[in-house]
Design a protein around this ligand. Structure first.
Ligand code: ZN
Length: 154
């Protein structure tokens, strides 16, 4: 496993469409392993393959409810709306309020190639939407209500 370099906003790759994974081969498994290690190293809640410079539909998420690895994820259902603070490893040191669905259902493939369905609420719903957006060249800044100003410490 290896920690990969995270691409930051301004790099064109973050604005490109990622390709569907046709075959889950050794390269994809190594990519997943590296993405998990990179996520942990950076204390992130989620990471999408374009953020490590790979235009493939692969994401990893860990919002404290266990690791989730998704290949070719698609949102099949969403409901509700919640505005909460959100950050991104590709936009370091910034936070913004973003409206996201309260609950989403996602269909994807797991690393074993089997179909899986995940329903997430709150933080997990937010992370699923955020990471799947990355696969389509969308960043939270496209949807945000404004950056949250850092408050000076007293
Ligand atoms: Zn992000």
């Amino acid at each position: 496993m290896a920690i990969r370099k995270i691409v930051t906003m301004g790099d064109d790759i973050l604005r490109k469409q990622s390709r569907e994974v046709k075959e889950i081969n050794e390269r994809i498994l190594v990519l997943l392993d590296d993405m998990v290690e990179t996520l942990r190293e950076n204390n992130g809640a989620g990471l999408a393959a374009p953020q490590v410079g790979v235009l493939k539909q692969v994401v990893v998420i860990d919002v404290g409810e266990g690791l989730i690895e998704l290949i070719n994820p698609v949102i099949t259902h969403s409901e509700g709306a919640v505005v909460e603070a959100e950050g991104c490893l590709s936009i370091p040191g910034k936070w913004a309020n973003v409206e996201r669905p309260e609950r989403v259902t996602v269909e994807a493939l797991g690393r074993d190639g089997k179909k899986l369905t995940i329903t997430g609420e709150g933080m997990l719903a937010r992370a699923l939407c955020h990471e799947i957006d990355h696969l389509h060249g969308v960043l939270y800044v496209d949807k945000m209500l404004g950056f949250i100003e850092e408050e000076d410490e007293e």
